[in-house]
Design a protein around this ligand. Structure first.
Ligand SMILES: Cc1ncc(COP(=O)(O)O)c(C=O)c1O
Length: 398
């Protein structure tokens, strides 16, 4: 569909609804193999072209392909590639783009799985990895080297919701001859359009807001068509972490409601963050939609929706975590985010040293300035905001 239409309209339309008798919803096609012609596609991944017919499900399938086209449109990208999980998208893209001797600059705080993969497997394969506070442009500039091939940022970052200026970091990366990858899972395409700000690739865990119902794993990389064709060969066909048609169909089913769900997540998060900010048991609240966020100006400039994630600190975090888990009735004590259910989870700062890089003292100090000894990550769901506030109030205690 032409992109002159509003995103809410584009997400409701399907490619298939122009002919009489065509289904308005995308059909679910569950087939691993497709009828071939002897002179059609060859057996090697290199024979796969853009116009190649469907052949074998690890190459591509109709339902997943429809999801890829719709996610590319949503991000304003030329093409998209879906993976079996967000981690498969991250690892597939990094393994594809980096080779031994290359240097990777990575946000010092990002999803633990990405940080552990970079610190462990990428370093074992000979990639130099530097954790950098990418919210500080001087640090990004200082970290770039002649062999820096990639800058990888997550904004807002999980779990402390620190922001990175995508446009500024894209310029720095490109001046140094490096590419920029943005994990925008927490922002969603409704809140942030990294490609329009100069990023080369955008990653989402579809498991979170885009899938949105807590019932499916998936991941996506959006970028330029030629680059994604090479990524398809390397990461999907050879590494094999493809998204199956059924989860793709569930994610397609979630797309039309994404703008409305994000508006509801944002409105409730704003109300809950304001409540927490005034609660005597809460020491510190971080929410990009509050004026008290240390980067409120960047949040206003960069985010069109400030999403449903809140971070907060209390006295004696471990004891409060036990208390919340025991007392809360509506909010659930559980990991993950971007679901209909509101979820809270406590992340002790000492865990950062285990899950992330062995952060140098200055970066650890910066982390402590945001998170103290530990932080509660609260993912606001789709329940009534007044009920969430009532539940948190009674669980936090006087
Ligand atoms: C920001 C971010 N990126 C990537 C991932 C990984 O996604 P998945 O769990 O779908 O593999 C997560 C998971 O929590 C995440 O929070």
């Amino acid at each position: 569909m032409a992109s002159e239409w509003d995103v809410r309209t584009r997400l409701v339309q399907t490619d298939a609804d122009s002919e009489e008798g065509a289904p308005l919803n995308t059909p679910l096609v569950m087939s691993t193999t497709f009828r071939a012609h002897p002179e059609g596609v060859g057996f090697s991944a290199v024979d796969m072209g853009e116009e190649s017919p469907f052949f074998y499900a690890r190459w591509s399938t109709p339902t997943v392909r429809t999801l890829e086209r719709r996610l590319a449109d949503l991000e304003g990208g030329e093409d998209a590639l879906c993976f079996a999980s967000g981690m498969a998208a991250i690892t597939g893209l990094l393994l594809h783009l980096l080779k031994p001797g290359d240097h990777l600059v990575l946000s010092d705080v990002c999803y633990a799985g990405a940080a552990e993969f970079a610190r462990g497997m990428l370093r074992r394969y000979g990639v130099e990895v530097s954790p950098v506070d990418t919210s500080d442009l001087a640090q990004v500039r200082a970290a770039l080297r002649p062999n820096t091939r990639l800058v990888y940022i997550e904004t807002p970052c999980n779990p402390i919701l620190k922001l990175t200026d995508v446009q500024a970091v894209a310029s720095l990366a490109h001046e140094a001859g490096a590419r920029l990858v943005v994990d925008a899972t927490l922002a969603t395409p409704i809140g942030l359009q990294p490609l329009a700000l100069g990023a080369d690739f955008v990653i989402h865990s579809l498991t979170k807001y885009i899938g949105g119902h807590g019932d499916v794993l998936g991941g996506v990389v959006v970028g330029r068509r030629t680059e994604l064709a090479a990524l398809r060969q390397d990461s999907l066909i050879h590494l094999g972490a493809v998204l199956s048609p059924f989860p793709a169909w569930l994610i397609l089913r979630s797309l039309p409601t994404l703008p409305q769900r994000m508006a509801a997540h944002e409105a409730s998060a704003r109300a809950v963050a304001s409540f927490l900010q005034n609660h005597p048991r809460v020491r510190h609240v971080i929410y990009p939609g509050l004026d008290s966020h240390p980067q409120a100006e960047l949040a206003r400039r960069q985010l069109r929706n400030t999403s449903g994630m809140i971070a907060f600190q209390t006295e004696d975090g471990p004891a409060m975590a036990r208390r919340l888990a025991e007392r809360m009735k509506v909010v659930k004590y559980a990991v993950s985010l971007g679901k209909p259910h509101s979820l809270v989870f406590y992340l002790p700062t000492e865990d950062l040293q285990r899950t992330s890089f062995q952060l140098p003292p200055d970066l650890l100090e910066r982390y402590r300035a945001w998170a103290g000894d530990g932080i509660f990550r609260l993912s606001i769901g789709l329940e009534a905001p007044d009920d969430l506030i009532r539940d948190l109030d009674q669980a936090l205690g006087p």
